[in-house]
Design a protein around this ligand. Structure first.
Ligand code: ATP
Length: 358
């Protein structure tokens, strides 16, 4: 029987609740599917680790993850540690260390979810946003000088390489080709950002020649926000820069009903390193430790993890179980207007998996 080695990194806040829930669901889907199993190793990195050791994860932490088949991540964020320290010290360290350059964020209105766009039917909103995840605005290039003086200067240089742009566009065209509508929207801001974004447009036109089956169009990022709200059915697959897609995918999650539902995958498409799967929400300290966290974003991330491992049937089985549970209002957590707890939703998904296997 195949055994997959999975690293779990709960991180901070509600990550410590949703990642153990995700692990239970993965165990349940393996039991229901047969043919494969999981071997988990848990890493207690994050804010507490920082307080004890002065760093978010050990210097040799990547080596401990290197041999895993996948990583299930919770969130990094701590009210007592600056956000740029928690982000760069853990999540980005893994994404960049393992060159997980494609961040993939599916969005759908799941059954039973009351989404805010009243004229949008569930079938009108079925998107995948592909975010460039290795460079651009979040390349980490820049610095500060003359700190504290009136002449202080600070820069964050957005760095786009042709290799980086081409590989993410190629990935997005391939993904668009694999989806029924074969439709891709390339988002830029090439009117105002007249160097790197113009290069994006040029590379997009070149890569498009290799994908004659894919219909594609271009949209400026500001216009894209309005199109997402006003014409959701005109969108299928979307590709955008690190910053632009970061913002668009939070909007997408809100339009689908809750931040608590949305999943994401940080992929190394070449499979040189393990890829990482996580809910898109953060540590949500306001609700931590109360059993209020919606674990659905983590469960959907587990679906993506299974797809990445090539366990397509198990992935479908888990997605069906999730959708059966979201279709039941009594199993909605507070963010969806319900009163169910994290544990109750987790148990319901596990039960559903077991029932469907019988
Ligand atoms: P961070 O600084 O780590 O990004 P944050 O608390 O600023 O975290 P999020 O965690 O992304 O931001 O979420 C904002 C709010 O949305 C939270 O305060 C919480 O109330 C709600 N929320 C987010 N995720 C969930 C979830 N899984 N279940 C229920 N509510 C959630």
């Amino acid at each position: 029987m195949k055994t997959y080695a999975i690293a779990t990194i709960p991180g901070d806040g509600i990550g410590k609740e949703v990642v153990p829930a995700g692990r239970r669901v993965l165990e349940a889907v393996a039991a229901a599917s047969g043919g494969f199993a999981f071997e988990f190793e848990d890493f207690g990195w994050g804010g507490d680790w920082f307080r004890a050791h002065g760093e978010m994860m050990p210097a040799d932490g990547l080596a401990a993850l290197r041999g895993k088949d996948a990583i299930l991540f919770g969130s990094a964020g701590d009210p007592h540690i600056p956000d740029h320290v928690t982000l760069w010290g853990l999540r980005l360290k893994i994404c960049q260390g393992f060159d997980q350059y494609a961040n993939v964020r599916p969005t759908r209105i799941l059954p039973g979810i009351d989404a805010p766009l009243k004229r949008c039917r569930p079938e009108d909103l079925d998107w995948v946003i592909v975010r460039e995840n290795s460079e651009g605005e979040y390349a980490g290039v820049g610095g500060r000088a003359h700190q504290g003086h009136p002449i202080e200067v600070a820069t964050d240089v957005s760095m786009m390489t042709r290799v980086g742009v081409e590989r993410i566009l190629r990935f997005a065209f391939e993904l668009a080709r694999s989806r029924p509508r074969r439709l891709l929207t390339v988002v830029t801001k090439s009117n105002a950002q007249r160097h790197a974004m113009v290069m994006w447009d040029e590379v997009a036109a070149q890569v498009a020649q290799d994908f004659p089956e894919v219909r594609w169009d271009k949209e400026l990022v500001d216009a894209m926000t309005a199109r997402m709200v006003n014409r959701p059915a005109s969108i299928d697959t979307v590709v955008a820069t690190n910053l632009h897609a970061d913002i668009l995918s939070d909007l997408a999650a809100a339009l689908a009903g809750s931040l608590g539902i949305a999943p994401t995958a940080n992929l190394d498409p070449e499979r040189r390193y393990p890829s990482m799967f996580e809910p898109i929400h953060g540590s949500a300290f306001d609700i931590m430790g109360q059993g209020l966290a919606n674990p659905v974003g983590t469960f959907w991330s587990c679906v993506m993890l299974l797809e990445h491992l090539g366990e397509a049937a198990a992935a479908r089985r888990l997605m069906q179980a999730i959708e059966t549970v979201t279709a039941t209002p009594a199993l909605h957590t507070r963010d969806l207007g319900g009163r169910a707890t994290t544990a109750e939703v987790t148990q319901a998904v596990c039960r559903q998996l077991a029932a469907a296997a019988r």
